[in-house]
Design a binder for this molecule. Structure first.
Ligand SMILES: Cc1ncc(C[n+]2csc(CCOP(=O)(O)OP(=O)(O)O)c2C)c(N)n1
Ligand SMILES: [Mg+2]
Length: 685
């Protein structure tokens, strides 16, 4: 590996001017926007200088080459630090114009860094703690891919993940979960710099923090270092070198001053999230010895920070290693190209999908799918938050991924749902892996911030969430999700599946694997019957006719059926309630009522179909509609319309055997048939 560029030949004044350039670009952009966070970039500029100029293996000319190190700005409010670093080291964007447009509509320099907007931003940050855990996921991915695809350690996958994390990042629980996991798994590729400025929005951290943060990280199994003065470049360099050499993950607490150099605001919370103002800016620039106009970058500074030559060399070295690797390991290299470079699934992978035609819990079918596809999709990598035996997520016989065995197939996240999901985002962002995570559906609440970011980032993460309703029974209302399906369906870009039987589980898994975004699979604990053979393409439309009024057959007595099989009433179910709809349709048929049954495993996908298809499933001419789902009714009014009825439960559940609980809350064939009769009355009137 190449050593950091020797700094000895750099005049002190040039170093200081370069750091001042980072600081003043942040100041000027925030002043121009009249909005933003100047304090953090001003305090952290020396760290950014060392990282981006000397340490990070990155190439501004090719921000996404797979062998690059990853940098995460976990304290996303300090976005101008990252934008200034990317600009000054020679990335095509952000340009100076982009920096002038900081925080403006349509700009790539958004308020917080957004990975989808700007190359060089490895993950979207802002919700504190997420970036910390994302970086752990990136290091985990690098570790796994290295073991899988580069067993001779030729340096094909990224060597390290660097991050700048703040007081807020380290106070958030998700970072503690992720740190504990990283320490336990000995993810030694992590070098995190802690902006130890002892200031948050409400003032000094004396008000809120009493623990010795580094002692806490020591206890997690991290290597820790202290840098007493955040302006001491030599100390920063040697702490990073020690961290990089240590086999454990590393945290370096760098004692900084927020808004360093500002005459009255340095060291105060006032500089966290507001422009400094003209007078303070003038005083600050004087303190830096900076007498340039706003957004000016002296040419010697631009030359000094330009990382393109160094980057090109690093990338050329990597490409050289890659050439050797391709010769030495052609099969692994083909896999590397498919998974990491092209990010594609293998051709014909769907051929290994099983047929799940038996009566069983949908969680069980999910386990069958995972195990059927696992050998063909080695990128499918994940596990559960200590519920593998309930979620049925283990790749049987695959072994565990541990500090000692990087080839183990199953990841044990521990009871750390939030970190699990955030780590999965990091793995997905890294590339080369298709992460899946698991817990009880009710505990999506414990991972929601990361799930939301997966959706914002359009990252492919599969959430295997079992025990999906009151049908789980005895564990009671703390474990019985009721509002979760509705609230998950409200997340933009998230696909929520609630399959009714094994055949729908197979389609849901396939869709989740192919979808460039997150998917939730809500699965039953209790057994459900197989609903019979049908077309997978129909299921994949999210809602389809499962059982229809026989044209000119039994339903002819109703008259409606005779006119082209238009049903009198449509019963719409999801998951374990589809069987109730089927039985209710039979009951209604015996009364001469022609009922259609629609299975709707994925409401969002159904609503995304064209209007002609949607009408073919839910005919305009039939306003009598019943939706049945053992969950809150919220949202189903979109489907059933004003004449429809929702068989749901707008309250918490209760403990008891599954069948009794379902019956007590009205999830019975009779209740569904009653609802149908009711809506027939309303719709007909
Ligand atoms: C999860 C979350 N909660 C709250 C916030 C709002 N917020 C932004 S920065 C911050 C704390 C600032 O302190 P620190 O992280 O030390 O950053 P510094 O002020 O030192 O730059 C808070 C509460 C957030 N971004 N994310
Ligand atoms: Mg702080």
């Amino acid at each position: 590996m190449s050593a950091p560029a020797a700094p000895a030949d750099t005049p002190h004044a040039l170093e200081q001017a370069s750091i001042a350039a980072i600081r003043t670009l942040a100041i000027d952009a925030v002043e121009t926007a009249n909005s933003g966070h100047p304090g953090m970039p001003m305090g952290c500029a020396p760290m950014a200088y060392v990282l981006f100029r000397e340490v990070l293996r990155h190439d501004p000319a090719d921000p996404s080459w797979p062998g690059r190190d990853r940098f995460v700005l976990s304290a996303g409010h300090g976005s101008m630090l990252l934008y200034a670093a990317l600009h000054l080291t020679g990335y095509e964007r952000p340009t100076l114009e982009d920096l002038r447009a900081f925080r403006q509509w349509g700009s790539v320099t958004a308020g917080h860094p957004e990975a989808e907007l700007l190359a060089g931003v490895e993950t979207t940050t802002g919700p504190l703690g997420q970036g910390f855990a994302n970086g752990v996921g990136m290091a985990l991915a690098a570790e796994r891919l290295s073991a899988e695809l580069d067993p001779d350690n030729l340096g094909i996958v990224p060597q390290r993940v660097y991050a700048i994390v703040s007081d807020g990042d380290l106070m958030e629980g998700v970072s503690a979960e992720a740190a504990a996991l990283a320490g336990h798994l000995r993810l030694g590729r992590l070098t995190y710099l802690f902006d130890d400025n002892r200031i948050t929005i409400d003032g000094s951290t004396d008000k809120t923090v009493s623990e010795d943060v580094l002692a806490r990280f020591d206890a997690y199994g991290w290597h820790t270092e202290r840098v007493a003065d955040g302006n001491d470049l030599a100390a920063i360099r040697s702490a990073i070198a020690a961290a990089d050499a240590d086999p454990r993950p590393s945290l370096i607490a760098v004692r900084t001053t927020i808004a360093y150099g500002a005459p009255t605001r340095a060291g105060t919370a006032a500089s966290h999230g507001a422009p400094l103002g003209a007078d303070e800016v003038e005083g600050t620039k004087a303190a830096y010895g900076w007498d340039h106009p706003p957004f000016h970058v002296p040419s010697e500074v631009a030359d000094h920070l330009d990382a393109r030559e160094r980057g090109a060399q690093l990338r050329a070295e990597w490409q050289e290693r890659l050439r050797g690797y391709r010769e030495a390991q052609p099969e692994l290299a083909a896999e590397f190209d498919r998974r990491v470079v092209r990010g594609e699934l293998p051709d014909d992978w769907t051929e290994v999908l099983p047929v799940c035609g038996d009566n069983a819990a949908t969680r069980k079918h999910s386990g069958t799918v995972i195990n059927a596809v696992a050998p063909t999709l080695p990128e499918l990598f994940g596990g559960s938050a200590d519920l593998a035996a309930s979620n049925l997520t283990d790749v049987v016989g695959g072994g565990d991924f541990t500090a000692e065995d990087r080839l183990g197939r199953n990841l044990r996240f521990g009871i750390r749902e939030h970190a699990m999901a955030s780590v999965a985002n990091g793995m997905a962002l890294h590339g080369g892996l298709l992460p899946y995570v698991a817990s009880f559906l009710v505990f999506t609440d414990y991972l929601r911030p990361a799930l939301r970011l997966a959706s914002l980032l359009e990252q492919r993460v599969v959430y295997v969430m079992t025990h999906d309703s009151i049908g789980l029974g005895e564990d009671g209302p703390t474990h019985q999700p009721v509002e979760h399906l509705a609230s998950l369906r409200a997340v933009p870009g998230l696909t929520v599946w609630r399959p009714a039987d094994g055949r729908e589980v197979v389609v849901a898994w396939r869709a989740a694997i192919e979808h460039q975004g997150p998917s939730v699979l809500a699965l039953t604990r209790q057994g459900v019957p197989d609903l019979g053979e049908r077309d997978a393409a129909e299921i994949s439309r999210g809602g389809y006719v499962l059982h229809d009024v026989p044209a000119g057959g039994d339903g002819a007595a109703t008259g409606a059926a005779a006119e082209g099989a238009l049903p009198e009433v449509v019963l719409i179910g999801t998951g374990s309630e589809v069987q109730l709809c089927m039985q209710a349709a039979e009951l209604l048929a015996s009364e001469g009522v022609a009922a259609r049954v629609v299975s709707m495993p994925c409401v969002e996908l159904f609503l995304a179909q064209d209007v002609a298809y949607r009408r073919s499933v839910l005919p305009d001419g039939c306003r009598a509609r019943v939706a049945v789902e053992a969950a809150v009714s919220f949202g189903w009014e979109r489907i059933v319309g004003d004449a429809g009825v929702v068989v749901g439960m707008d309250r918490f559940g209760a403990s008891g055997p599954s069948a009794r609980v379902l019956a007590e809350f009205g999830f019975t064939v009779d209740a569904v048939a009653d609802a149908a009769r009711q809506t027939l009355g309303t719709a007909g009137s």
